[in-house]
Design a protein around this ligand. Structure first.
Ligand SMILES: Cc1ncc(COP(=O)(O)O)c(C=O)c1O
Length: 389
């Protein structure tokens, strides 16, 4: 059996090493504290769960909803946008449901990138950006996210040839993995740069609702002219702890949305009707879940920050996302540190290099376990670091 060569272009190697490491630790009998995952452990809104179970018993909800989903869901997305960001959207042409933002982010390249076309991809960055581009045989122009520029891309570092070559640009704030946020001035700059070079902007906004410590992330679409140049992807996974529901939505430029819809119409037949109803309910009346999440991640980040301080591990206090992005506290590279820490202490993190070459030197810690377990993880790390000295 000969596999298609594109399979070799996907970045599976580090993730398979981490999976093997997990198995190895389980076999040693050590309890594994897995902080490598990005899946919320918190409960979805109870009323949403009840609605889904009630709806699932109705014979009429098993039809294809088709890619555009229901008008009710698209309207709920537009209303939420108006309320949250004061951005006006036409639910008919400027909103499209996706089966998780991953679905939208993976397929957007199919709509705009031919073999050899280039896209600007953040480095470090969430892996689907690089993999989605690789699947259409596009060329990646990395946008380094460096601590010296608050993990924002510096467009002045791109050559005019690179800027001219790029057809599409991915951005993501609040950012996974660096946890950085971006303000309105940055998005103004993005619009100016994208307009000048005719680049389609795809802003992954999966974490706008997961910010705390006084941080209130803005939408890219709030920038003047943003709708002319791009779209924004949202996810119900993190905002409402509905990761398994596979529901998100993309909003903004009608032509970009239409192109994505055309691709998706040939691939899927839409989300399950009760899930769209559930999403409508979440967006319309479950603000409380967002607030509870924010308080929970704030507490968890403080546990982590305090523990690291006591261990002499100098980290920046995160203000958004469910992660901590920390410099490797030993002289090892990120993968060796993660392997060593996991084997000796049973705490599993993600090496920064898994997110791109500029992620080297860092690790990503997921605040995705209950407080008691996080405290235990911090204690184990303290012991590990003491023994390393
Ligand atoms: C930055 C970012 N974007 C997109 C996603 C995908 O989310 P979903 O497909 O569940 O909406 C994730 C998931 O972890 C993420 O971290």
């Amino acid at each position: 059996m000969k596999l298609a060569s594109r399979l070799n272009k996907l970045q599976i190697s580090i993730y398979s090493e981490l999976a093997a490491l997990k198995e190895e630790i389980k076999h040693t009998g050590k309890t594994l504290i897995d902080l490598s995952i990005g899946s919320p452990d918190l409960s979805p809104p109870r009323e949403v769960q009840e609605l889904i179970s009630e709806q699932a018993l109705d014979d009429r909800v098993y039809d294809y909803t088709l890619t555009r989903g229901t008008a009710e869901f698209r309207e709920a997305c537009a209303n939420w946008y108006k309320q949250r960001f004061n951005v006006d959207l036409d639910p008919e042409t400027e909103v499209l449901p996706v089966m998780g933002s991953q679905d939208g982010l993976a397929h957007i390249f199919w709509a705009f990138i031919d073999k050899g076309d280039a896209a600007l991809i953040p480095d470090p960055g969430y892996p689907i950006y690089t993999d989605g581009l690789a699947l259409v045989e596009g060329e990646k122009i990395p946008l380094p996210l460096l601590s010296t520029n608050d993990f924002l891309p510096d467009f002045s570092q791109l050559s005019p040839q690179q800027a001219q070559k790029a057809k599409l640009m991915i951005l993501n704030y609040p950012n996974n993995p660096t946890t950085a946020t971006a303000g309105p001035e940055f998005f103004d700059q993005v619009v100016e740069f994208a307009s000048k070079y005719k680049i389609i902007v795809c802003h992954d906004a999966a974490y706008t609702e997961l910010a705390y410590a006084g941080t209130k992330p803005v939408s890219f679409l709030q920038a003047e002219g943003a709708k002319e140049v791009g779209v924004e992807f949202h996810s119900l996974s993190k905002s409402f702890n509905l990761a398994g529901l596979r529901l998100g939505f993309v909003v903004g430029n009608a032509r970009v949305i239409k192109a994505l819809e055309t691709i998706k119409t040939n691939i899927d037949y839409g989300s399950f009707r009760p899930f769209l109803k559930a999403g409508t309910m979440a967006l319309s009346s479950c603000q409380k879940t967002i607030e509870t999440n924010q308080q929970t991640y704030k507490r968890r980040s403080e546990i982590w920050f305090k523990g690291c301080e006591e261990a002499g591990w100098d980290i920046t206090r995160p203000r958004a996302t469910m992660f901590v992005w920390a410099p490797v506290p030993t002289k090892q590279d990120s993968l060796s540190f993660v392997m060593d820490l996991a084997r000796k202490s049973g705490v599993l993190l993600v090496p920064g290099v898994a997110f791109g070459e500029h992620g080297e030197g860092y690790v990503r810690i997921g605040l995705v376990q209950k407080e008691a377990l996080l405290k235990e993880a911090v204690n184990r790390i303290k012991t590990f670091l003491l023994n390393e000295d």
